[in-house]
Ligand binder design. Structure first.
Ligand code: SF4
Length: 398
């Protein structure tokens, strides 16, 4: 078996191996999602795209108002090519990271990036809180590789040396491994954060049930925080997409500050799922690109769209999705999905898990390079397709 890098989610696991022999695909270390991702990528038959590229280029060069969108599954190199292509075509560059991650990463708590990485969590994280995120369904190996099970420098006995808390609006699979399970009504995260902060500040805020949580349970949770030296809060869609994200994030920031004031090491890390959300977010921030394409799209400002590597029609809010279907869509990415189906031209590309080239940024912003292996195919990679498309666009424009 050979070492590969999985891009089934933003953990970009690089400690896994696989081999393909005949129709059999064997792997070690991949989670269920990763195995399905690998099998789908291998089964995808990618045809040469030359004629389609000509047609796509003529659609893009005749656009009156162009949006280049998607990108959270594209490699860093492909995103950079996309930024250049947007400049050539005088198009607007947007990304699926505008559906929350870009807003989160420009908030006070993360303006200078992330304070720690996942290796730090493995070595030091004593009290782990999953808040509004269910890694058992979306980032399978997060608990087993980094945050719950493994031993670390200051975590000699792995799970036995850690305390796990889960806050969510319903019972989740992740709660099965938790010492503290706090189920709260939708939209009440900020209120719970306030209560915890008051209790930590010594104001004895918890006298009876809070948001349906028995007082003894919540006091136990706060006492747990007071007992340890290092606390990590992983927050996800439940915090970011509840329509209340400003209040929720400032509550988390305040909780971190309160814990630090009490002498603890405390950090908050986001849980974005799409494989290169962090890479795109960083590049968009570095290029100082305005984060307004969803509003512009919903207002009908674009007549043509280039969608790259992401089935965005299934994710966009209603008005933006409806407006997108009224544009002429050129889709570039893996085969399958609604956006691919609705596109005027679809150009299919080989998945990075197979091509084994390029890099992405892991959930904690560490750069991970894909690895070549025996099953690697160099044809029709996203970066190669975008470079050829860009060349044809340039030649059509001269
Ligand atoms: S956790 Fe994510 S990156 Fe790791 S093997 Fe599973 S799908 Fe792949």
């Amino acid at each position: 078996m050979e070492s590969i890098v999985c891009n089934g989610c933003s953990l970009l696991c690089d400690d896994v191996v696989a081999e393909v022999s005949g129709k059999n695909i064997n792997s070690l270390g991949l989670c269920r999602l990763g195995q399905v991702h690998l099998e789908t990528a291998i089964a995808s038959k990618i045809e040469p795209n030359e004629r389609k590229l000509e047609k796509a280029a003529s659609i893009l060069t005749s656009a009156n108002s162009l949006l280049l969108f998607g990108w959270t599954y594209a490699t860093n190199e492909a995103v950079k090519e996309g930024l250049d292509l947007a400049t050539t075509l005088k198009g607007h560059f947007g990304s699926s990271a505008e559906l929350g991650p870009l807003q989160v990463m420009s908030q006070g708590i993360h303006t200078s990036g992330l304070d720690i990485d996942l290796e730090y969590v493995r070595n030091n994280g004593e009290f782990i809180i999953y808040w509004g995120t269910n890694p058992s369904e979306s980032l399978h190996r997060h608990p087993s590789r980094f945050a719950v099970l493994p031993r670390g420098k200051k975590i000699p006995e792995g799970i036995e040396s850690r305390t796990i808390g889960v806050v969510d609006v319903r019972q989740t699979e992740t709660m099965k491994m938790a010492n503290h399970r706090l189920i709260i009504p939708i939209g009440s995260d900020a209120e719970l954060l306030d209560t915890i902060i008051s209790e930590l500040d010594g104001r004895s805020a918890i006298k009876s049930k809070v948001l349906g949580i028995p007082a003894s349970e919540l006091i136990g949770f706060v006492k747990g925080l007071q007992k340890v030296d290092c606390i990590i809060i992983f927050y996800g869609g439940g915090v970011i997409n509840s329509g209340n994200h400003d209040a929720n994030l400032s509550g988390i920031t305040k909780l971190i500050a309160t814990l630090r004031a009490a002498g603890k090491d405390a950090f908050a890390l986001p849980m974005f799922v799409q494989s290169n959300t962090m890479g795109v977010t960083q590049l968009v921030q570095e290029h100082k690109i305005r984060v307004d394409s969803l509003q512009k799209l919903a207002a009908g400002e674009f007549d043509t769209t280039l969608i790259v590597g992401d089935d965005v029609l299934t994710k966009l809010p209603g008005p933006a999705a409806r407006a997108l279907t009224k544009t002429k869509i050129v889709y570039v990415g893996p085969p399958g999905g609604l956006t691919d189906e609705r596109a005027a031209v679809s150009i299919h590309t080989t998945d990075p898990i197979i091509s084994g080239s390029g890099s992405m940024k892991r959930l904690d912003m560490n750069k991970i390079e894909f690895k070549k292996w025996k099953a690697s195919r160099d044809d029709e990679t996203l970066i190669a397709v975008l470079q050829r498309l860009h060349e044809i666009v340039r030649s059509q424009m001269t």
